[in-house]
Design a protein around this ligand. Structure first.
Ligand code: G3I
Length: 549
């Protein structure tokens, strides 16, 4: 989906008193009305998604990625392993692809991540202790310089603390010492004076030993003048376990004078999904969204990819998953609606327009085909309901349907109503009346023959219907079931439907009448393999035949 407008990157913070806040323009132009990105932008925040290069060949996925979100994070390809796989050999091609996509969509980009013990190429571990600080600075300088003015945040250091609040014993910690984090931030600032510099970690979403340690570090950086602008709360959460102190935690970081971003949100559950879990997950997503909305300096939320199709969870937590607001088929889950509502979406109360009156065709003793002029809707028509009086006869996703299971020789007066995804129903269309034909049964005989084409590529079927009753009939249909997957390819002198194994053939206008006491009509068809090798004769009471291979 294309969008109008251009990306507005304003890297410098606006200073209001002593508090630096993100300019609204930094949230980018989320041009698709009602999208999560547009709703967040209206509140001065972004709503984004992680993505990864292999997913960008999935066109439906890319379409939603572009229309629904106003921020992207490359899930992998800005990491050290990808950008400096050999010492001082820098390659940004894959990350550039994501950045360029974001630019064409009018989305801002979070840079993730410069210094992390994971996804680190093997050569880094072999760097001598007295060289590693220089190597780390060189990596940061090259990458930050390459993406200058193209990313709005950098996760400068990622996951440097253990659960108990002590420093993780990474190669950087062990060879450079406690000062490596501050040095990383200084190197990033030197390479780009305006991009926002973040510390990012998991399990620091609520107040606890680990977030206390990060809080202390930020406080000390602020006191020492180390350039830190934000804290990223990854928020890889578990169903029903959104920390009760999340908003309070966001607020205490904000009160230190840094921004806060929810950087990698997902909420996993034990599989399989069910309605109760989906409802709980929706409540959890709502709680996280509200926690961010409640604090001015919480600048935005990023889901760690938006669809269960591409979530990292099942490969790392066997038996768990379904963690994102879209399912594996890219359909919105209740979590989506909860986020949307929390961001201020106005509930849709507008019903679709009234559909045109249905017209009936191909009426048989048990079926009729209806078609009508489509409705329109402010959001979108989800489908149509067909009623006889108060009875729902059928539902259809499109502006037409074939009614089945009708009673023979019966008058039907039907109306159609359109519905939207919010459950709004249009007014009823004008009514249409049709009468099903008399049933053919117990007074007919059917002869069916089939012959293979040479080579076994298909077969020809010939059918003759004989009226053995004492009265002439007008309108007939013949129903049979193929036993071995045969499909009708073409039919002459009858129309047909074949949704699966069962074929319904119905007269055309010029052979509707069959005279009494032995009058006949015939029709023929070609079919695709496997071809029948023999045929059985009809069942006289039902008029059905069952050709068998
Ligand atoms: O690229 C190779 C591919 O060539 C190979 O065939 C395939 C076989 O497994 O692996 C591919 O690499 C995988 C890579 O993702 C790209 O898909 C790695 O095995 C896999 O371990 C790696 O996982 C990433 C993980 O970080 C690594 O720790 C996830 O995609 C990524 O979503 C995840 O993201 C992290 C954040 O960066 C930091 N916070 C936690 C978050 C979740 O773990």
């Amino acid at each position: 989906m294309s969008r109008s407008g251009t990306m507005s990157l304003i890297a410098a913070a606006v200073t209001i008193g002593a508090v630096a806040v993100l300019p609204v323009a930094m949230t980018a132009d989320a041009a698709v009305p009602g999208s999560l990105g547009a709703l967040a932008a209206a509140k001065g925040k972004y709503f984004g998604s992680a993505t990864d290069n292999p997913e960008l060949s999935d066109a439906p996925y890319v379409s939603i990625l572009g229309s629904e979100f106003n921020q992207l994070t490359p899930g992998n390809t800005m990491k050290w392993q990808y950008t400096e796989p050999s010492q001082n050999q820098f390659t940004f091609t894959q990350a550039d692809t994501v950045v360029n996509l974001a630019r064409s969509n009018g989305q801002v980009v979070r840079g993730h991540t410069l210094v992390w013990h994971n996804q680190l190429p093997g050569w880094v571990a072999n760097v001598a202790a007295d060289q590693l600080l220089g190597v780390m600075r060189n990596h940061i300088t090259n990458e930050v310089t390459h993406f200058r003015d193209q990313v709005v945040h950098w996760d400068v250091v990622n996951e440097a603390f253990e659960e108990n609040g002590t420093r993780r014993q990474t190669v950087f910690q062990q060879k450079i010492g406690d000062g490596y984090i501050a040095e990383a931030f200084r190197a990033a600032r030197a390479a780009d004076p305006t991009v926002k510099l973040y510390y990012n970690d998991y399990n620091i979403d609520g107040i606890g030993a680990k977030s206390d340690a990060v809080y202390a570090m930020v406080q000390s950086f602020k006191q020492q003048g180390v350039p830190i602008d934000g804290v990223g709360l990854q928020a890889h959460l578990i169903l029903g376990q959104v920390p009760a102190t999340m908003q309070q935690n966001i607020q205490r970081f904000a009160d230190l004078g840094v921004d806060v971003a929810i950087t990698e949100l997902d909420i996993r559950m034990n599989l399989p999904r069910d309605t109760a879990k989906d409802t709980q997950q929706a409540n959890d997503y709502r709680a996280v969204t509200n926690a961010c909305l409640a604090v001015t300096r919480c600048v935005g939320i990023t889901v760690w990819d938006y669809t269960d199709k591409y979530s990292w969870i099942p490969s790392v937590f066997p038996g768990q998953g379904a963690a994102l607001p879209y399912d594996e088929n890219l359909a919105r889950k209740p979590a989506y609606a909860a986020i949307s509502a929390a961001l201020g979406a106005v509930p849709d109360t507008t019903a679709p327009s009234t559909p045109g009156p249905p017209t009936a065709s191909n009426v048989t003793s048990s079926t009729a085909t209806l078609a009508w002029t489509a409705s329109t809707d402010n959001v979108g028509v989800a489908g149509y309901n067909v009623y006889r009086g108060d009875t729902l006869l059928a539902q259809s996703a499109t502006n037409g349907v074939t009614l089945t299971g009708l009673s023979a020789s019966t008058q039907y007066q039907v109306v159609v109503r359109a519905r939207d995804a919010a459950g709004n129903l249009s007014a009823a269309s004008a009514a249409t009346t049709f009468t099903t034909t008399v049933a053919v049964g117990g007074s007919c005989r059917v002869a069916y023959g089939a012959s293979n084409w040479g080579g076994g590529g298909g077969f020809t079927g010939q059918v003759t219907v004989t009226n053995t009753g004492p009265t002439a009939i007008t309108g007939w249909s013949l129903v049979w079931t193929y036993a071995n997957g045969q499909r009708v390819a073409q039919m002459w002198n009858a129309t047909y439907t074949q949704p699966a194994a069962t074929v319904t053939a119905t007269n055309v206008s010029y052979n509707a009448s069959i005279g009494a006491n032995g009058g006949t009509q015939s029709f023929a068809s070609t079919g695709r393999t496997p071809a029948p090798t023999a045929s059985r004769r009809r069942s006289p009471s039902t008029g059905r035949t069952a050709p068998s291979p």
